[in-house]
Design a protein around this ligand. Sequence first.
Ligand code: CMP
Length: 140
Amino acid sequence: MATERTFAMVKPDGVVRGLIGTIVSRIEAKGYRIVAMKRMRIPRELAERHYGEHQGKPFFEPLVAFITSGPVVAMVLEGENAIAGWRAMMGATNPADAAVGTIRGDFATTIDENVAHGSDAPATARREIEIFFGEDGPLD
Ligand code: CMP
């Protein structure tokens, strides 16, 4: 098992509902290092790039509208097996399928507003970290 970096985000619904602290706390309790973090409003162009793989799907426009509707908290997490590990902590994309004890299982009810995001593979993690942090990326 290797040390990995992954991209994580508290989505606008999580910020509005005051879940930043709870989510950050779970990440730290798990043992991942938060090596970069910023609260930001996502510009539309960045949202379209981030969700490029979903372009053309029926939920693309609502998804971009939602993710740009309010501030998010973007993070880079580091740790053993962090990519799959953070996905496991979030639970299934559709909260209806997410186990109790996971972030979506505990805090979300609909697939459109599912509180958190995480990269699904090493190449995605590299791409998403670059999109959100670019040259301001993790320094240590
Ligand atoms: P996430 O995996 O973070 O990024 C894509 C998002 O699209 C996903 O979370 C869901 O919030 C949203 N979404 C809305 N409808 C669907 C769908 N039918 N399938 C997958 N993702 C969906």
